[in-house]
Every structure is written in C-alpha cells, then in structure tokens.
Design a protein around this ligand. Structure first.
Ligand code: PGA
Length: 254
C-alpha cells in the first residue's frame, strides 16, 4: 500500500519563536482535525530540528524532516550537517536534490546518489526531488530528463533500499511561481515515473512507491492534484508556512 504523505518544506524561513509556534499549531491542528491516514512531515531549517523534535509526539502521524544532508558521515566540511547527526537527534526524513540545491549549490545526480546512500544507511527516508526547467518543458525531452535524474541518483539501489525512498516531482517552473502544474500534467509525469520505476524494479515496488507533487500546491488546488491516481501527496513550500493553509492541504490528501 502506498503511503499518502504531505511534507512541508519551510526552506530558509522563520525565526525560532515563529518556527516553534508553527510546529505547535500544526501539531495541535493535525491532532484535532486530521482523521485520515496521512503522514505529515515537517521540514524546518536545520537549526530548529532538535527543538522541533521535542514538540512533535513520536510514534504519531507527524514526522520530522531535514532539508538536506552532506554525502559524507563526518569530517572537515565546515558548515555542513551529516546524516548520522540528523539520525542522532531523531530526524526521520531528509529532502534531497531539491531544485534550489541543484541550482544554487551545484548538486549533481552523482552527488545525490551518495547522499541517498548515506541517508538510507542512517535510517533516514530520502524525499528525492526531481523536475524539469521551463525551457525543457517547452523545447525538450522533459520526461527523459526527469527519468534520467531518477536513474542516475536512485537506480543503483537494491530493490529493498529503493522501496524506502519517497519521490517528489517538482517542475522547476512551478516552484514558488504560483504557476502550478495542472492535475493532468502532474498525473502524466507521475505515471511516466512509475512506469520507469517498474522497468527497473518491477510493478509491485513501482505501485508501492509514494510519488509526491510539488510546485505551488496550495489550499485551493491540492484536492484536485491529490485526486490523481499516481499523485500520493505533496511537497509544499509557501503554503506550509501558514498552519491553516497547510492543514487544508493535509486534509486534501486524506
Ligand atoms: P512551493 O515550493 O510550494 O512554494 O512552490 C515547493 C518546493 O519547493 O518544495
């Protein structure tokens, strides 16, 4: 059975008081209002992860995620955060390969393969992001491009390891732009990606993998996006920064 997942990627937003207020509000509202079977993942900036862990009841439907980790376990990498560190403070998920990391920090498919490995070795569930630029969408083989991101960063995994990964399809032209993919565009790509996964790992694993949509998903459009057969929830940026909006998106995934 595929898991429904709604993850909130806060990116580089919120000061400590704001961050903890948002965590508490989401925890309270999820407990009071969300009855369905959906996993919520809160991904605040790394500096708040340890405090957020204390505020999120363990074993419930809310998990804690980091926005990145380094590909090495430890060493002279000033300013970086490792997967063992995240594991040691009780982090459950880690977003890897977000298009902002690929674009501004030069992350490559090969580097992301190493990050996926170390995340899995440390019991973290990778939320692996993929997606094409607007130029590719309009002028190129955008489906082939996204499939290749998955091939190069994930297809070295054993079936057992691959089955632990969550995929987030995030067309770059839709991130933070207010220009969301249509439900049909999301469904088409998710279907293609599931076929691609089936060609490598077989149908049963492909059917069980959660593929989230991200890119201007919000309280208004989430229900239509999540109603698509191959869309198993969302990776939410802007709309995860306000508890009422985020809760509406979570409810849309129930
Ligand atoms: P957005 O961001 O919802 O603000 O478009 C999504 C993401 O970057 O994960």
């Amino acid at each position: 059975m595929r898991k429904k997942i709604v993850a909130g990627n806060w990116k580089m937003n919120k000061t400590t008081d704001e961050a903890m207020a948002l965590v508490s509000e989401v925890v309270d509202k999820v407990n009071a209002e969300v009855t369905g079977d959906v996993t919520v993942v809160l991904c605040p900036p790394a500096v708040y992860l340890a405090t957020a862990r204390q505020a999120i009841p363990s074993g419930g439907s809310i998990a804690l995620g980091a926005q990145n980790c380094h590909e090495k376990a430890s060493g002279a990498y000033t300013g970086e955060i490792s997967a063992p560190m995240l594991q040691s403070i009780g982090v459950d998920y880690v977003i890897l390969g977000h298009s902002e990391r690929r674009e501004y920090f030069g992350e490559t498919n090969a580097q992301l393969a190493a990050k996926v490995n170390i995340a899995l070795e440390n019991g973290l569930t990778p939320i692996f992001c993929c997606g094409e630029s607007r130029d590719l969408r309009e002028n190129g083989d955008y489906i082939g491009f996204v499939k290749n991101q998955i091939t190069e960063s994930l297809f070295h995994l054993s079936a057992e390891s691959f089955a632990k990964v969550v995929i987030a399809y995030e067309p770059i032209w839709a991130i933070g732009t207010g220009l969301t993919a249509s439900a049909a565009q999301a469904q088409d790509m998710h279907f293609e990606l599931r076929q691609h996964i089936a060609s490598q790992y077989g149908d049963s694993i492909a059917q069980d993998i959660s593929i989230l949509y991200g890119g201007s998903a919000n309280a208004q459009n989430a229900a239509e996006l999540f109603a698509q057969t191959d869309v198993d929830g969302g990776l939410i940026g802007g709309a995860s920064l306000k508890a009422p909006d985020f809760i509406t998106v979570i409810k849309a995934a129930q």
